[in-house]
Design a protein around this ligand. Structure first.
Ligand code: ADP
Length: 489
């Protein structure tokens, strides 16, 4: 099964004000299956006029008495109902995510779709627990706070975890009483449309969630620049995050940004080597390295370097690129030709700058089609200033560096403009916490990698962005605090 004809999916239209609509211009674009490089289906392409319609629908829904006066508990029930709709179709959604994005279907099902469902359930539970405080102020006054929704939230998301990134924004935004205009990435718009369908089937009032596939500058830019959008929640590249922050300044929209990473994965000389080898491979090859938290810089103590690298290469060679619809496949294609070319460009740069190519580095054919497959790639003899040690590659490309003591590892680990995630492998509990505390990153893993949970905050230090998604922390992104004074004299 490699085309959408076998799936019961939404025709690719815009979802605005509770209705499926064509783009005002009539434009559509192809979405491509990265495993075959063939078009999957066509999707309506939102332009500025459609963005405006979606924002107006979201504003109208936000201001409606029906939404403003809806019991928080009923908002929660709607979110539970969305989760149920997604769960009923979980296998189909996983297949769709795999066709659109290329990720192995097993991971799509066990991670992307499962975590998206969890996310809606988690924030469903929060909806009626978002409370203010009573503040002890001097004088005969009662002072209390209310946590009110921000208003119309624009969500702009990337292609690496399409449904999950949508869930991370839509679920808390709705739990807090906002309305949303969601722009999925142009490479992967299909599951966002299915989310709209789930919301509609669950009875979410018209206009509370609008989904407008389209391109970055046109649709995304129109959303960021729209004067009636109160907040932009963005996940994507650091370059576009900076652009969005600049553009949002004109209307002082609230902005939260989850951006790139170049996460250090540090292996001390007392680590459990077998476990660290497994962790290091998964850290970089999971989702073909197309994760902002990918462990793309492996820092290994020089004493164990040779043994570690030998075992790592053996393990890495086991990540054989394959048809992502096969449940046994662990390494799918990259998302697009553009992304493949970018990654191949970095591999070339690594060679030119003198890193040693230890494994992979080449495009491969799977199933006789020109899909965007790349072999797992490992570079040794990498030094901190090389491009492949500094820039986010977003592909299955690992840069191995060495260090001679823990402080040097921390120093190299922190010598990055990014600060999204990091990990340390050691058997010494004191060293583990010491390194974890010193690393400037929003998530640090100790003797593990890539753990995420809806209940635990996620976000970046430095140029990896700001604001924390997930957990109760996301409630801060989607509410604003009002202080109310009452004269009791
Ligand atoms: P990537 O390089 O991983 O594709 P981007 O940051 O370019 O990451 O894209 C992430 C999301 O941001 C996508 O939905 C994309 O369409 C959107 N986007 C890209 N450029 C802009 C822009 N100028 N304004 C608003 N959104 C944009």
């Amino acid at each position: 099964m490699t085309d959408t004809a076998t799936l019961d999916i939404q025709p690719g239209r815009l979802f605005i004000g509770g209705e499926w609509q064509d783009a005002a211009s009539g434009s559509t674009f192809d979405t491509i299956n990265p495993a075959t490089a063939e078009p999957l289906t066509q999707v309506a392409e939102a332009g500025a006029e459609d963005v405006d319609r979606a924002v107006r629908a979201a504003r109208e829904a936000f201001e409606s008495d029906a939404w403003q006066n809806l019991d928080a508990r009923k908002r929660g029930k709607l979110l539970y109902a969305i989760a149920d709709r997604l769960e009923e179709r979980a296998d189909e959604l996983a297949a769709l995510e795999t066709m659109d994005n290329g990720k192995p279907v097993r991971e799509a099902r066990m991670i992307d779709i499962k975590e998206s469902i969890d996310c809606f359930r988690y924030y469903a539970g929060w909806a009626d627990k978002i409370a203010g405080d009573v503040i002890p102020v001097p004088g005969p006054y009662l002072n209390y706070t209310r946590r009110e929704p921000v208003g119309v939230c624009g969500a702009i998301i990337p292609w690496n975890y399409p449904l999950q990134m949508a869930a991370w924004k839509v679920a808390p935004a709705i739990a807090c009483g906002n309305t949303v205009v969601l722009k999925p990435a142009e490479q992967t718009p299909l599951t966002a449309l299915e989310l709209a369908r789930a919301a509609s089937d669950a009875g979410l009032p018209a206009g509370v969630l609008n989904v407008i596939p389209g391109f970055g500058e046109s649709a995304g830019g129109a959303l960021v620049n729209h004067p009636d959008v109160d907040k932009i929640a963005f996940t994507g590249s650091t370059a576009i995050g900076k652009l969005i922050q600049r553009q949002a300044a004109d209307s002082l929209k609230k902005v939260s940004l989850e951006l790139g990473g170049k996460s250090p994965n540090i292996v001390l000389d007392d680590a459990d080597i077998e476990a660290a080898v497994r962790g290091a491979s998964m850290a970089i090859f999971y989702n073909s390295g197309q994760a902002c938290t990918a462990g793309s810089r492996l820092l290994v103590h020089e004493k164990i370097r040779d043994e570690f690298v030998e075992k790592l290469l053996k393990r890495a060679a086991g990540f054989v690129p394959g048809d992502p619809m096969n449940p046994k496949t662990r390494l799918g294609p990259l998302v697009s030709e553009e992304q493949l070319d970018r990654v191949l460009g970095y591999i070339e740069k690594g060679k030119q700058e003198g890193a040693e190519l230890l494994l992979g580095g080449d495009r491969v054919e799977v199933g006789g089609k020109r899909g965007y497959f790349l072999n797992p790639t490992v570079f040794g003899n990498v030094t901190p200033r090389m491009t492949i040690a500094c820039e986010e590659i977003f592909g299955p490309v690992l840069a191995v560096q060495t260090f001679s003591d823990m402080d040097e590892a921390i120093q190299i680990g922190n010598a990055s403009e990014y600060g999204l995630a990091a990990a340390v492998w050691t058997r010494d509990v004191r060293k583990a916490h010491h390194v974890a505390h010193k690393l400037r990153a929003g998530t640090v893993w100790i003797n593990t990698y890539h753990n995420l949970d809806t209940a635990s905050p996620f976000g970046g230090y430095k140029q990896s962005g700001y604001g924390r998604e997930l957990g109760r922390y996301a409630l801060d992104l989607y509410t604003q605090v009002k202080s109310v004074w009452v004269n009791l004299a």
